[in-house]
Design a protein around this ligand. Structure first.
Ligand code: SF4
Length: 312
């Protein structure tokens, strides 16, 4: 059989589902290739996977394509024998780290999050041995600290001397002295990432940062995701993080339909995530600068001084 894979998000982030399907079909001796709309007739099966809801539909994809992933608002899951296969990392040749989940689901019910609905309650999912083939490992667990298995796997990762990144923010409310000690023993690729999605979480974030630093968590650079819904509330959390010397990473809220962020949310994220801007100006200075620029743009000048063009 010839199997075609379509990474609907355009390869901006390696697609784990496609890597697992590739491993399965390769083991079965099938031919694999990336989807090419000119060869649709030659494919026995086409799989399309989409992570982000804001990714546009690909009009070249035939109706027969098998679609899955959060981006398609699909609850389809892989059968266990594929879910627990080691991914075929070769389909993303530039990928130099392993990728996977040791837990799935989450027991909390944050109103902005689809994880509990999509994945259900927290549970053990896999051992790192199942998918680790590199020294660097990226875990995508949504709330790894909420399950003993996740915490045990962190201890194993430290024993194996792997370097990790947990690319979803850690739940600061679950970081006590013991967990901070355990996190302090792990080697981190870049940042330890926390989440501060709501102002009610700031006391827990402060405590977690103190404990991580106390246990010499390496590296000293702690980052924190800041969800932007209400701009003023998000700005308050960014100020709070700056006071703790924690690097904020702001993310405008996107609903499951992929509704675009407002201009104000987008501007706050741009200022916060552009580290040169963030370090050299306050949000108020950045906004004042932006409006000054807008007032001096050539188009504004034309419309202000040329009544006959102002309707444009
Ligand atoms: S703790 Fe994280 S994963 Fe769990 S529901 Fe809240 S945002 Fe989602």
């Amino acid at each position: 059989m010839t199997i075609a894979f379509h990474d609907a998000d355009g390869g901006s982030f390696p697609n784990l589902v496609l890597m697992k399907l590739a491993a399965w079909y390769r083991a079965c001796g099938d031919d694999l290739e990336w989807f090419n709309p000119l060869k649709v007739e030659q494919y026995d099966r086409i799989y399309s996977s989409r992570v982000f809801t804001f990714t546009d539909d690909d009009g070249y994809l035939p109706e027969t394509a098998i679609k899955g992933g959060t981006g398609y608002i699909s609850k389809a899951v892989l059968p266990d024998f594929i879910e627990h296969i080691c991914p075929d990392y070769s389909i993303y040749p530039k990928l130099n780290h392993s990728l996977g989940f040791v837990t799935r689901g989450c027991n909390r019910s944050c109103k902005w999050c689809v994880v509990p609905l999509k994945e259900g309650a927290i549970r053990a999912h896999a051992d790192v041995d199942e998918f680790t083939r590199h020294r660097d490992l990226v875990l995508m667990d949504n709330n790894i600290l909420a399950h003993d298995h996740g915490i045990d796997q962190l201890a194993k990762i430290a024993r194996l001397n792997l370097r990790i990144d947990i690319n979803q923010g850690l739940d600061a409310r679950l970081i006590d002295d013991q967990i901070a000690q355990r996190l302090g023993r792990v080697k981190w690729i870049r940042h330890i990432r926390l989440a501060c999605d709501d102002s009610s979480q700031t006391p827990a974030v402060k405590r977690a940062v103190e404990l991580l630093r106390w246990h010499n968590a390496n590296p000293a650079r702690i980052a924190c995701y800041v969800l932007i819904q209400d701009v003023d509330d998000a700005l308050e959390r960014i100020r709070f993080l700056k006071g703790l010397y924690v690097e904020p990473f702001a993310q405008p809220y996107r609903d499951e339909l992929g509704t675009p962020a407002t201009p104000e949310q987008t501007a706050l994220a741009r200022w916060c995530n552009h580290k040169a801007l963030y370090k050299s100006s306050t949000w108020e200075q950045y906004r004042a600068d932006q409006s000054k620029r807008a007032n001096h743009s050539p188009m504004t000048h034309i419309s202000q001084n040329s009544p006959q063009l102002s309707i444009f």
